[in-house]
Design a protein around this ligand. Structure first.
Ligand code: AHM
Ligand code: MG
Length: 347
């Protein structure tokens, strides 16, 4: 088959052949996702012209100001999956409670977890942002909407990925058999396979972090970032600093070129900023399927048992050797008790 002509729909149907128990439902959901992406990108591509920039004046469950595009994208996902009978529950960064779709639930087994716009601070400056998604399946015999049905470990996701609204629009997904990237051809209105079976480089001297948080970090995290930035004890040349302000944009670069992204916890917010269920876990599945690693600094992201829907988590993610280096650095500094012996503290 001519891989260049491989559409998203054909690809998900081909992937389905490798799972003997597949019913075709997940394929339909992923195709539906492509439609939601095209609806959002149509608005994004003329954002400066259609009164979609700026704030709504409301705040979301995280206490963050809601941008008009955050709300629009959330509505697109709700509308796209509200019919079709397959999706029973939708969990979103923009909605405090899960949205149950009772008319879908008799036959629908799936939950969609989504950050409709990741990298919201880039919206008004025509920077890169995107949507992060994860599909879970209600466990056999579990009732709809119970905490047990919704709070699943990342390792139980059955599909995950992101859509990136950049110079070109890309959709990257995994169903647990590799990571595949598609680029939207705007003339045809279709996603075509452009990056088949992405493999992350095992190491690369590049790091992504908001270094403005330096004074808020524990000493061992400060020392790790000193090391990356070339100010560490080893006196090595520093890594290149790359920070997009959009997690998925940084992850996309790291998937293709290697490196590490970190959003550690801080002394005043030990759990960090990023949300486990619809930011960290889906990207962790993508990165691990591409041969990378995702960690809290001490534990695997995919092994974490979520305690609530909007839970935050520290994140160290990227090339396996870079994440292993960060973990061993943090562990050994903690063992040496650097916590008690120095490092800057909050004033
Ligand atoms: P958002 O979903 O509200 O956009 O927040 C998540 C984003 C990540 O995409 C990004 O890496 C991080 O927050 C940036 O945060 P900061 O401005 O603190 O560096
Ligand atoms: Mg967001």
């Amino acid at each position: 088959m001519n891989r260049k002509k491989m559409t998203l729909a054909r690809h998900v149907l081909e992937q389905q052949k490798y799972s003997p128990k597949a019913t075709g439902e997940l394929s339909s959901l992923l195709i539906q996702l492509g439609l939601a992406a095209k609806t959002i990108v149509r608005e994004v591509s003329r954002a400066g012209l259609v009164n979609i920039l700026g704030l709504t004046g409301e705040t979301n469950v995280q206490g963050e100001a809601v941008k008009k595009l955050d709300r629009f994208a959330n509505e697109v996902f709700v509308e796209a999956f509200g019919y079709g009978g397959l999706l029973c529950t939708l969990i979103s960064e923009e909605m405090e409670k899960p949205l149950h779709l009772p008319e879908n639930c008799p036959q629908g087994h799936y939950t969609l977890l989504v950050d409709p716009i990741d990298g919201s601070s880039n919206i008004d400056v025509n920077g890169i942002f995107g949507s992060i998604f994860s599909f879970q399946k209600r466990p056999e015999g579990e009732a709809h909407g119970t905490p047990e049905a919704l709070l699943r470990k990342g390792s139980e996701q059955i599909a995950a990925g992101y859509i990136m609204y950049g110079p070109s629009t890309m959709l990257v997904y995994t169903v647990g058999s590799g990571v595949h990237g598609f680029t939207l051809d705007p003339g045809v209105g279709e996603f075509f396979l452009s990056h088949e079976n992405i493999r992350i480089p095992t190491r690369s001297r590049a790091y992504s972090v908001n270094q403005g948080n330096y004074r808020r970090w524990a000493p061992e995290v400060q020392r790790l970032v000193d090391d990356f930035s070339g100010r560490g004890d080893e006196g090595e040349r520093g890594y290149a600093l790359r920070y997009a302000g959009s997690l998925l944009a940084d992850i996309h670069r790291i998937l293709l070129e290697g490196g590490i992204y970190l959003y550690p916890g801080s002394l005043d917010q030990p759990e960090g900023k990023l949300r486990l269920l619809y930011e960290a876990a889906p990207l962790a599945l993508v990165v691990e399927q591409a041969g990378g690693r995702a960690s809290t600094g001490t534990e695997s992201i995919l092994a974490l048992q979520p305690k609530n829907l909007h839970q935050r988590v520290p994140l160290f993610i990227g090339s396996p050797e870079e994440v292993a280096r960060a973990e061993s650095f943090i562990r050994s500094r903690r063992r040496k008790g650097i916590n008690d012996s120095g490092g800057e503290r909050l004033p």
